[in-house]
Design a protein around this ligand. Structure first.
Ligand code: DC
Length: 225
């Protein structure tokens, strides 16, 4: 009997473009698993911060990885990220963890370390995976490739509101400056830089209400289902 092919959807884009909100909602509507790969890089970054290791020090990070286990587990259909068996899903969401994740993600050995985890999930599950290099590196054969983006100001405003809801006192200006720095770093690194694949569909959500971003993505996926 022929093996049924799984459906893989790749969503890439800069921070704050709404990837996770849109991908999560689309996955729910279509009955797919949602995989947030940024959480893996964030867990590695948090481990470095906890151990007071410079997140740009390749040699020390390499050594740290020998005693690092990062896993994704699904609890009631929701993704949780575990660092050495501890659920760090909340801790990885701080601004410090964002920058640490961006720093460690530029190191090849970190990308290699997390590669199989991402590939294994996609091999076994119909899923929407979001990140920076999903369409270009992790799942080049994904049936749907979307590059979700928005202007830096719109993205910073969304992130700012999110942080405020969590009680953070970060200013809009600081959020915007961090976002621009992280975008630059993510898209100018030598390995697996943030960029659309040649066959990615670009969706700019700057002027779109959330519902429209979701329905646009859902419709693009439905065309391939
Ligand atoms: O999606 P996010 O903001 O949670 O990702 C955090 C950082 O991890 C991001 O700045 C770059 C890195 N990352 C990556 O290099 N490749 C991915 N597939 C996902 C995230």
């Amino acid at each position: 009997m022929a093996k049924k092919k799984v459906l893989n959807v790749a969503i890439d884009g800069p921070g704050g473009a709404g990837k996770s909100t849109v991908a999560k909602a689309a996955a729910k509507e279509l009955g797919l698993i949602y995989v947030d790969t940024g959480a893996l890089y964030r867990a590695v970054g948090v481990n470095a911060l906890r151990n007071k290791i410079d997140t740009k020090d390749e040699h020390k990070i390499k050594k740290m990885l020998k005693s690092t286990v990062v896993e994704l587990r699904y609890i009631d259909g929701v993704q949780h990220v575990f660092l050495n068996d501890e659920d760090v899903s909340a801790e990885i969401r701080t601004p410090d963890a964002s920058m640490a994740a961006s720093n460690v993600s530029a190191i090849q050995i970190v990308r290699d370390f997390l590669f199989d985890t991402q590939r294994d999930i996609a091999k076994k599950n119909n899923c929407i995976m979001d990140g920076r290099d999903i369409a270009t590196v992790v799942l080049p054969d994904a049936q749907v490739k979307i590059f979700l983006t928005a202007s830096a100001e719109v993205r910073a405003q969304r992130r700012f509101l999110e942080l405020q809801e969590k009680g953070s006192d970060e200013t809009y200006e600081k959020v915007l400056a961090d976002l621009i720095e992280r975008d630059y770093q993510d898209s100018h690194r030598e390995i697996a830089p943030l960029k659309p694949a040649e066959d990615s569909i670009i969706v700019d959500t700057s002027e779109m209400p959330l519902e429209e971003s979701i329905s646009t993505v859902v419709n693009l996926i439905k065309e391939k289902m």
